[in-house]
Design a protein around this ligand. Structure first.
Ligand SMILES: *[C@@H]1O[C@H](CO)[C@@H](O)[C@H](O)[C@H]1NC(C)=O
Length: 588
């Protein structure tokens, strides 16, 4: 699709600028980046402006990174075999000999990388800059057959180059040094854990002045540890007041949660259209291939939707399709030949060219007040007082909370309450943690939790056996506390609006609200069928169910003492948070 080609161009401009000028001073980089935007031929004025905006953001982000320990991308460093896989995937878009050539290069790169990986610290075979230039030359040689593959190829060169620079820059630091507890606690912020995703891990799919859609990177691009949820993707849509998101469909099943605002969504089925007014707390399933469009019908408030997508054709990958549209969004009708369109529509081609050539304003445009009124007309004032505005949606906030006390509320909806979640094997829940309070430490028996912070601030901690293993012996021996065969690393990170955290099944996890703000986290729990939540503290915690003898034997101390500890917390699921003196650190 040409649209993604353009998007690549934007990204390419950024990457190019960053690579060329990575070592130079700051201003030229911004200048170069802007220049790249303006020099692009095929894009509209608005896209150019968006591109310039992205340059600015990029520079800001870079400065931010330079100021505060900036190895946020370290976990993107992949093993040679992961990169071989990615590289080979990149070749899939190509054909015939080009593809063979591409695959061969991947294999060569793999062999080189493997050698380097095994002999860490050996001399580098080539200068990174030189390698990068060679890579680009190769792309140019193969690039004649269609714009996309060459851009794609060049983009991979950039990525490789960046990765390599990072890898080399990091070596000295990562495998020695860095011992303090605080630094470990900050690992989430620096992106060393594959379980935490922040702003920079989202890709901007679409953006106009009236809103944007951001898509979280593919989980397995981050780490093999996330393979179990490879076929789920997270996206966030933000629409400014009175924005209209033009009709489109996805090759993915989607569950939408309305995190903020109110709007109207229309779903077009084969023989009818269903329109729902939606508001904060609503959950809605959108079937793959359903043409959907959306308005923010508020004059002041932003509409924010969190989406969990499950691609239906290529695992972990989905595309968006616009039929209604023109140049931007590009209508897929433009891909067909004129003769076909003339015949299909029984209309002359000049009229068709007109109709598919007008729209240039992008995916999210602004509607007039009358248009908003007309489109949000539907069920308003109808069944509203009796609960959900429509049977197509389900409001989480209007459920009885599963757990509720002064420290927080947990709202949950599973496929028994909202049948449409069944296809995705999903439970959706929302934890509203009072400021200064925390959840019980608990784990899920078989579901993997995709946590998205919708509001507020706080932090989480999780016990993880994989991390300590993958971080190697240095960790265990350094801390001198490897007991038995398994040891656990504390994975921890600050939580703020937009942070995404993955909590795999079986992993004990706790979330804490900051002292001065409540914390609201939305959880998509996938693989949810027959999942159980096991609280590890508080009333009804699992340890209380062990026999006395089992406690004695397991803890190696009198059962009475064990019981005293496990029974002192009287609350269930939400607890009073940390005592004052300890909390300063968490909020620092
Ligand atoms: C969330 O908690 C706050 C108090 O911290 C409360 O005022 C608010 O009503 C709660 N929201 C929901 C949806 O329970």
């Amino acid at each position: 699709m040409r649209f993604s080609g353009r998007l690549c161009l934007l990204l390419f401009a950024l990457l190019l600028a960053s690579a060329i000028l990575a070592s130079g001073s700051q201003d030229p980089e911004l200048k170069q980046c802007k220049h790249q935007c303006k020099a692009q031929q095929q894009i509209s004025k608005e896209q150019k402006e968006a591109c310039v905006e992205q340059c600015k953001e990029y520079i800001q982000e870079k400065h931010r990174r330079e100021r505060g320990g900036g190895e946020e991308e370290i976990w993107n460093k992949k093993s040679p075999s992961e990169r071989l896989r990615d590289c080979s995937r990149g070749c899939e878009r190509q054909h015939g000999e080009q593809r063979e050539e591409c695959l061969r290069r991947c294999e060569e790169e793999y062999q080189r990388e493997k050698g380097r990986h095994e002999g860490r610290g050996d001399d580098n075979p080539t200068d990174p800059q030189q390698e990068y230039q060679q890579c680009r030359q190769q792309c140019q040689r193969q690039g004649e057959g269609g714009g996309f593959s060459r851009e794609h190829c060049e983009r991979r060169c950039e990525e490789k180059y960046k990765e390599r620079r990072e890898r080399e820059g990091e070596r000295g630091e990562m495998y020695e040094g860095r011992e303090s507890e605080e630094e470990q606690e900050e690992q989430g912020r620096r992106g060393q854990t594959p379980y935490v995703f922040e702003e920079q891990h989202f890709i901007t799919g679409f953006r106009t002045q009236h809103g944007r859609v951001r898509v979280l990177q593919k989980f397995t691009d981050r780490s093999e540890l996330l393979r179990g949820i490879e076929n789920y993707r997270v996206a966030i849509l933000e629409a400014e007041p009175r924005a209209f998101v033009v009709p489109n469909h996805w090759d993915a099943e989607a569950v939408v949660f309305v995190a903020k605002g109110r709007g109207t969504i229309s779903l077009v089925r084969q023989d009818r259209r269903e329109s729902f007014n939606i508001k904060q707390g609503d959950i809605l399933k959108v079937n793959a291939g359903t043409t959907a469009y959306l308005i923010n019908r508020d004059n002041n408030e932003r509409l924010v939707l969190a989406k969990l997508l499950q691609p239906v054709s290529t695992p972990g990958e989905f595309e968006v399709f616009f039929g209604a549209g023109g140049e931007n969004p590009e209508s897929f009708f433009r891909a067909f030949s004129d003769e076909i369109l003339e015949a299909a529509f029984n209309t002359r081609r000049d009229r068709l060219q007109r109709i598919f050539g007008q729209q240039k304003q992008g995916v999210i445009v602004r509607a007039s007040e009358e248009q908003i009124r007309a489109m949000s007309h539907h069920e308003e004032g109808g069944i509203w007082p009796f609960g959900g505005e429509s049977k197509g949606t389900f409001n989480l906030y209007q459920q009885r909370p599963t757990h509720s006390n002064q420290y927080g509320q947990l709202y949950e909806v599973d496929s028994n309450q909202y049948r449409q979640l069944r296809d995705l094997d999903l439970t959706v829940s929302l934890a509203n943690i009072t400021q200064g309070a925390m959840t019980a430490p608990y784990y899920n028996s078989k579901a993997t939790k995709i946590v998205l912070v919708v509001d507020g601030e706080g932090y989480f901690e999780m016990a993880c056996p994989h991390m300590s293993r993958s971080r190697g012996q240095s960790q265990g021996s350094r801390r001198g506390e490897t007991r038995g065969s398994t040891s656990y690393q504390k994975v921890s990170s600050r939580l703020r609006r937009g942070t995404v955290v993955i909590v795999p099944a079986g992993h004990p996890f706790v979330a804490v609200a900051s002292n001065n703000q409540k914390l609201q986290i939305l959880c998509f729990e996938v693989n949810a069928n027959n999942n159980e939540k096991f609280p590890l503290a508080g009333r009804r915690n699992v340890m209380n169910q062990l026999e006395r003898e089992a406690k004695e034997l397991a803890f190696g101390m009198p059962a009475r003492e064990v019981e005293e500890v496990f029974r002192s917390q009287q609350e269930e699921f939400f607890f009073r948070g940390l005592r004052q003196q300890q909390q300063g650190r968490a909020d620092a």
